[in-house]
Design a binder for this molecule. Sequence first.
Ligand SMILES: *Cc1c(COP(=O)(O)O)cnc(C)c1O
Length: 394
Amino acid sequence: MDGNKLSFETEVIHGKYFSQEHQASLVPPLYQTSTFIFDTAEQGEKRFAGTEAGFIYSRLGNPTVKILEDKIASLENGEAALAFSSGMAAISAALIELTKTGDHILCSQGIYGCTFDLLRLLNEKYKIEYSFSQMNTKEELKNQIHTNTTCIYIETPINPTMMLVDLEMVASVASEMGIPVVVDNTFCSPYLQTPVSLGCEVVIHSATKYICGHGDVIAGLVVGKKDFIKKMSQTTQKDIGGVISPFDAWLLLRGLKTLPIRMDRHCENAKILYEFLKDHPKIQKIYYPGDDRHPGFPIMKKQMKKPGGMISFTIKGTKETAQAFMNQLKLIKLAVSLGDPETLIQHPASMTHAVIPIEERIKMGIEDTLLRLSVGLEAWEDIKADLEQALDNI
Ligand SMILES: *Cc1c(COP(=O)(O)O)cnc(C)c1O
């Protein structure tokens, strides 16, 4: 059953679930339990010693969670995975696992606001250094890798300006130097991009977004080599304890089944809305990886299946104009997060990226008039009509 690789669309539905192990239940059962009963004292001893396989306590592993972990590992072409209570729990556990005092993390030019805050925290408390790189060329990258660099941390497309990083190029430089590349793949999901196939070692998701796909769960995932994942499960996952609840894992398993068809619709809708927005007289700049004038366009063609469902743009005028536009929207919801059925819009400078100091924020291209649109699954005609009326009214 497992030998020949199924296509992605089939794998999200059938992959890594063996119904014969679960009373022939069609759908993976929800093991909503904190602990597991040992047959004998000796069995308990063996489970703790690791000499007998089996569940002990749900912070150390749970059957519903395990199905999700095996599935995401397979979808990302990785060896193993761990599920966490949030994207940030996953990111912090992975970065703490990969660094110690005095080490350096080299990051892509833009990263998620709370990831930036986490780096500041690690720096203040544990003297872990970090810096940013455009990662445009091999030479630039090599010059920015220090002798104490133990991790390269990348988001691509970069939130919210959609700049892209050539993962194959970065992975080739990093592997020569023995440095693991960690990719936050939240914006793409494994349907659009699989960093492991491009030579990157670790993949992280805020599963809250496209993987869940229904806006009702906060969760995170880390995919990596077996040894790395095993080590994390025994340290930064077990002892920091940011584990996912079995019910949330169950909801993610449900959401995953429709990931490919949802992503296709998100991408289709985004392409149509980009065409409408790009020449609109009230819009100044537009950031969308499927724009052939976008500097990342060739990289998108190379490493992504489709350009994704996210569009950012600046409104002509001031911060107040951008806010007035948001306030005019009726169907589109004013909310952070992304990858939901509902189209969402947010103002990065005052919301998701407000914690980033203004100089850094401007370097990242996050102006006061920038808005980020997570294109939903509604009929594109209705989303377009809402955008149109709001633009007309400012
Ligand atoms: C949302 C997000 C995170 C954080 O994930 P949570 O699930 O909210 O903790 C990290 N990276 C990216 C790119 C995100 O969009």
